[in-house]
Design a protein around this ligand. Sequence first.
Ligand code: GRG
Length: 295
Amino acid sequence: MFKDELKVKTEEVEKIIYSYLPKDIDFQQTVVDAMIYSVEAGGKRLRPLLIQETYRLFGGKKDICKPFMAAMEFIHTYSLIHDDLPAMDNDDMRRGKPTTHIKFGEAMAVLAGDGLLNYGFETALSVFEKYPGNECAEKALIYLARSSGIFGMVGGQTVDVETDSTGVITKDKLDFVYDLKTGALLLASMHIGALLAGAGEKELFCIDEIAKKVGLAFQIQDDILDVTSTTEELGKPVGSDDKNNKATYVTFEGIDKAKEDVRRLSTEAVELLDSLEFKNEFLRNLIVYLIDRNN
Ligand code: GRG
């Protein structure tokens, strides 16, 4: 039942994302093909779903969140393209398909990532065509910029890359990586949805707490799946953390504690969500599902 609803909503979200893809291309067709290939390769569309459903949780009914949904997925996709590059994780498969550098070559993959990052902001900024001077949109843009940069995802990835080469990381640094590399965009998704709906300080604080728990549980579950899942299920190679000699939550805490922590964080996130006077049953189910997911 929830899975059917999720499928329908994911398809709707995909339509929104695709509607913002670049058109009217000239000689730069190849980079745009690589960008579109990467965006259309699939994925859970989790971040745009979180924007939309958090927006709806706080009573949002307009289309102001749409450019942000597309922008977020473009920025997320850029991060995956660059993460898969030989200079970073050197992965050949992503979302069940050859990675962008395998399909288009390394130089074009770098450019496709750059293109998507910039185009993500062009897309988010297009909100002002319909909503000039909208203050919620301004705040959402500032939040998006900070979360994807050195104080967010890029910062987390930096520490991850540095420690990759040694295989040694302190728990403090691992927490920092999880907080920023994966956590920042998930937090931004829920925060932006809430901002655009005009949520107040108290609600924003609560949503941030929920999103932090969801982000951490999501990353720990990713580590667990890397150990327990199959390539078919994940659409990318399993055992890559082990192959890359990478310390993860699972290596620090052990698989049983990791599973227990995912469950605890998920329960706490749902309890916090239930404590709000606003309700969105789908968002509640989505949080539980994400953490129990197998891909
Ligand atoms: C290159 C600046 C830069 C950052 C890369 C997101 C990221 C940062 C790296 C991905 C590495 C990774 C496996 C992180 C763990 C969790 C995660 C973010 C997985 C990918 O996100 P999903 O599961 O992917 O939402 P789909 O394909 O469903 O969109």
